[in-house]
Structure formats: structure tokens, C-alpha cells
Design a protein around this ligand. Structure first.
Ligand code: AMP
Length: 182
């Protein structure tokens, strides 16, 4: 069973690559951002609370995110999953390790997709999501550096990180990722 995490700065193309890989390998694509956006579209209380936080480029509290991911992972069967946008803090990474232990998931691979900051900003500006305004982008990058980038060291120490260059065309990046996980 594939047990994948795709990780990297906002706008690096995690969502696009996670979508492709999940289609290629028939995996469940677990995008925490997409789960929150769906909750908002459905008008749930969680979604409405989350939207305010997302539009500022801040992070939704760990306990909420940990609960969502745990419930989703418990239901996984078949070929496996790719986590996209989670974990985003050390607390989330630690909570995820507990869930993996509980569920006996022991073949985790982390894909660290990376790109230069200039390239990332260019891509985010082009996307036009409601949290892709200049101000929010600047804050999301700051939040990434402060809260999320330590997650890379967490997995690095466990020897799980596979770095892939996120610049170039979608297909070549996809091939690189497939090479790393096969
Ligand atoms: P994304 O679609 O991954 O870019 O996520 C969009 C926004 O959703 C983020 O900027 C956060 O506000 C929120 N979000 C998504 N995943 C998480 C997470 N794991 N922890 C906290 N907030 C999250």
C-alpha cells in the first residue's frame, strides 16, 4: 500500500502533482485545503470558521486538522493515499506519526517538492484563489518558513525525505516523483 506525503512551499505544485499521482496509482488524494474549501462550500460551521483563517493565510488549529486527517486515514483501503498539505506543523507531524503507528502504516515516503521563492510567488499570483492575494501570499510564505519548514527536518531525521525539483513541466516532475516512489 502506498503511504505518501507530498510536502513543500505553497504554490510549488503539490496539488497538481498529488492529483496526477493519485490518478496514476489509484490512490486517495487527501488534500486538507480541499477538505476545508469543501466544508465552506457546504456551509458547515467548520468551513466558515476555516475560510476566515485561510483568507488571511494563517493555519487552521492543529487539533481540528489532526482530527480530520485521523478520521480520513482510518477509512483508507485499497492502494493507499497521498497526503497533500498535511502535516504543516511539527505538532501535526507528531500527531500523524501516532496515527500511522496506530494503523500500522510503516512504509511512509515523503516527497519534498521545492522551488525558488520568486517562482513560487509568480505561480501563486497566477492562480487566483481567494487566498492568493498579494498580502495573503506574503503571509503564507512566512507561515511556511516559521511553522511548516521544520517538518522537513522532522522527516529528514527519520531518513524519509525525497527531494524533487518542482520547476519545469508538469509531466517531467511527475516522472521524477514516480521514480522516487516506485
Ligand atoms: P492548501 O490548499 O494546501 O494551499 O491550503 C489552503 C489553506 O488551508 C492554508 O493556507 C491553511 O489556511 C489551510 N490549511 C490546509 N491544510 C492545513 C493544515 N494541515 N493545517 C492548518 N491549516 C491548513
Amino acid at each position: 500500500m502506498y503511504q505518501l506525503i507530498i510536502f513543500g512551499p505553497p504554490g510549488v505544485g503539490k496539488g497538481t502533482q498529488a492529483e496526477l499521482i493519485s490518478k496514476n496509482l489509484n490512490l486517495e488524494h487527501i488534500s486538507t485545503g480541499a477538505i476545508l474549501r469543501k466544508a465552506f462550500d457546504e456551509g458547515s460551521e467548520l468551513g466558515i470558521k476555516a475560510k476566515e483563517i485561510m483568507d488571511k493565510g494563517n493555519l487552521v488549529p492543529d487539533d481540528i486538522m489532526n482530527g480530520i486527517v485521523k478520521e480520513t486515514l482510518k477509512k483508507i483501503n485499497g492502494n493507499g493515499f497521498i497526503l497533500d498539505g498535511f502535516p504543516r506543523t511539527l505538532e501535526q507531524a507528531k500527531a500523524l506519526s501516532d496515527v500511522f503507528n496506530e494503523l500500522n502504516f510503516s512504509s511512509i515516503k515523503v516527497i519534498f517538492l521545492n522551488a525558488e521563492q520568486d517562482e513560487i510567488i509568480k505561480r501563486l499570483m497566477k492562480r487566483g484563489r481567494s487566498d492568493d492575494t498579494t498580502e495573503t501570499i506574503a503571509n503564507r510564505l512566512k507561515v511556511y518558513l516559521d511553522a511548516t519548514s521544520p517538518v522537513k527536518d522532522f522527516y529528514g531525521k527519520l531518513g524519509l525525505v525525497n527531494e524533487v525539483d518542482g520547476t519545469g513541466d508538469v509531466e517531467s516532475i511527475n516522472k521524477e516523483i514516480i521514480k522516487v516512489i516506485e
